[in-house]
Design a protein around this ligand. Sequence first.
Ligand code: SAM
Length: 246
Amino acid sequence: MQQDIIQEFIRETEEMGIAVSGEQAAQFDRYADMLVDWNERVNLTRITEPQAICRGHFLDSIQPVRFTELAGRSLIDIGTGAGFPGIPLKIMVPELSLTLLDALEKRCDFLRAVVSELRLDRPDAPVKILHGRAEDYASAATPDSLRGQFDHATSRAVAKLNILCEYAVPFLKTGGQFIAYKLDDGGEELAQAAHAMEVLGAACDRTETYSLPDTEPERALYFIRAVSPTPGKYPRRAGVPGKKPL
Ligand code: SAM
């Protein structure tokens, strides 16, 4: 990526109160190049212009570091696609144990290449890449279930919030936090997810809104807490949460 674009990204990030080291800037630079290169063969993103990648993918993905402590924690990114928001969060917080989950195998191939190239996997804070559906990995009936194992879950641009809660909340430890990335619609989608949160044993305890440079519209992060263990029948089998949302 051109150096002036990287420098602008560092400046815009620092204006938001997030410091980016030279090593982190180099990792973002390489990640953007790989995204553009692989995108010619594998459908990863419709955003391909370098400055738009920096703002629309990187700067957006790292917003939670302003509001919550992630070092030493475990996080699952559901429907991560080309690695958003999980990989930018891991670049910013190398001490984060990260699990990337996506239903499309080709996107997982790209994620493996990025994790290797950027040396993101650490013995004390590993990166795991899982191919499959959230409903299967979170189900109590699955032998290798990851239910109840994470401090945090994230998801961006995957489904409506009421559906997402059924994917994400079962992965959390009690007291864990689901960070949902959404457009700021004045709280309408959050209100529509109230029933789902109640049924799943979760509650939204914080909302943060923000805007990205030259990007419309405003965005919102919803911090949704798992307040009690999720009833065993959730998530329902793959496909049902989307067809019959809570
Ligand atoms: N989160 C990324 C981002 O913000 O750029 C990717 C968003 S992309 C529009 C949605 C991704 O979610 C796709 O890669 C798709 O395969 C994945 N996905 C959708 N439903 C899923 C599910 N139930 N379990 C796992 N992955 C899912």
